[in-house]
Design a protein around this ligand. Structure first.
Ligand code: C2E
Ligand code: CA
Ligand code: CA
Ligand code: CA
Length: 275
């Protein structure tokens, strides 16, 4: 048994060493990803519930790795945060998304996900100002999606940064709403423009009365606080029917469209216009 234990131990250290090496390489690759042109954005439409028209797109970051293929943001964003690359990547995303949106019809907005780390140094304000100035995008066409994790560390400093962003004229959305543990208290600290209900609620509304109850409550909250409420991850007719009845302001999900390449947005809009 002792021998076996030793073998297992050795096996684990080897596996761990390999994993560390893998990770180290991935970190290095990520640092180079912008320069190598491996990062790009896809765009997923946001649909107005009342008119069923596209009112904007959410920009979603993609990494095409030369060997590993497509690396998902759930994997590389945390890595970028850890190695401090998220500030540069985040600024690139904002600039890129603003540039693309500036070529769209001017009633369409673009939503960009912002990591908590981009708030740490306040550099986000400069990044947004710079992107708007360089692309000429009207500030109210840019929407920043932040999660509660942004507000956990130093809420006071973050709220100040949010006010600066608000003064620039951009919109602020609270993303993944309902998944954190104290969402409601944040609503008192800052007047968000929008709540995005997490996909986990949407996927549960058909057969989970509790999820549905929470969803209904969020809708009421949205109405009382005069917030736009978006449901993400809408995949089928049944979910759509329930969300429609609840008067959810905006809808997003595979039911309408998966995220698409920047070059496909024009065709998508033309097709919608013809409908
Ligand atoms: P998120 O902001 O909650 O984005 C929604 C995610 O749900 C996206 O995954 C989207 O592709 C996916 N989705 C949309 N509709 C459906 C649907 O009907 N069904 C299902 N099953 N999924 C749907 P994605 O693109 O893999 O992004 C994952 C997360 O990575 C995002 O979650 C966001 O937190 C983060 N992320 C993406 N781009 C960026 C970025 O530029 N910066 C930062 N900081 N985070 C980003
Ligand atoms: Ca988002
Ligand atoms: Ca979300
Ligand atoms: Ca999410």
């Amino acid at each position: 048994a002792k021998e076996e234990g030793k073998r297992t131990y050795r096996f684990f250290t080897l596996a761990m060493a390999r994993q560390r090496l893998e990770r180290h390489r991935l970190e290095q690759d990520l640092r180079d990803a912008i320069g190598n042109g491996e990062l790009f954005l896809q765009y997923q439409p946001l649909i107005h519930n009342g008119t069923r028209r596209t009112v904007g797109f959410e920009a979603l970051l993609r990494w095409q790795h030369p060997e590993h293929g497509r690396v998902t943001p759930d994997r590389f964003i945390p890595l970028a945060e850890e190695i401090g690359a998220i500030t540069e990547i985040g600024a690139w995303v904002i600039h890129q998304a603003c540039g693309t949106a500036a070529s769209w019809p001017e009633e369409l907005s673009v939503a960009v996900n912002v990591s908590a780390h981009q708030f740490k140094d306040g550099g986000i304000v400069e990044a947004v100002r710079d992107a708007l100035a360089r692309t000429g995008l009207r500030p109210d066409r840019l929407e920043l999606e932040i999660t509660e994790s942004v507000l956990i560390d130093d809420a006071q400093q973050v709220v100040e940064i949010l006010h600066k962003l608000r003064n620039i004229g951009v919109k602020i959305a609270l993303d993944d709403f309902g998944t954190g543990y104290s969402s409601l208290s944040y609503l008192r600290r800052f007047a968000f423009d929008k709540l995005k209900i997490d996909r986990s609620f949407v996927s549960a509304i058909k057969d989970d009365p509790v999820a549905r109850g929470i969803l209904e409550t969020i809708m009421i909250l949205g109405r009382v606080l005069d917030l736009c409420v978006t449901a993400e991850g809408v995949e089928d007719d049944a979910q759509l029917a329930i969300l429609s009845k609840l008067n959810c302001s905006q809808l997003q999900g595979y039911y309408f469209s998966p995220p698409m390449a920047e070059t496909d947005v024009g065709g998508y809009l033309l097709n919608e216009f013809r409908r």
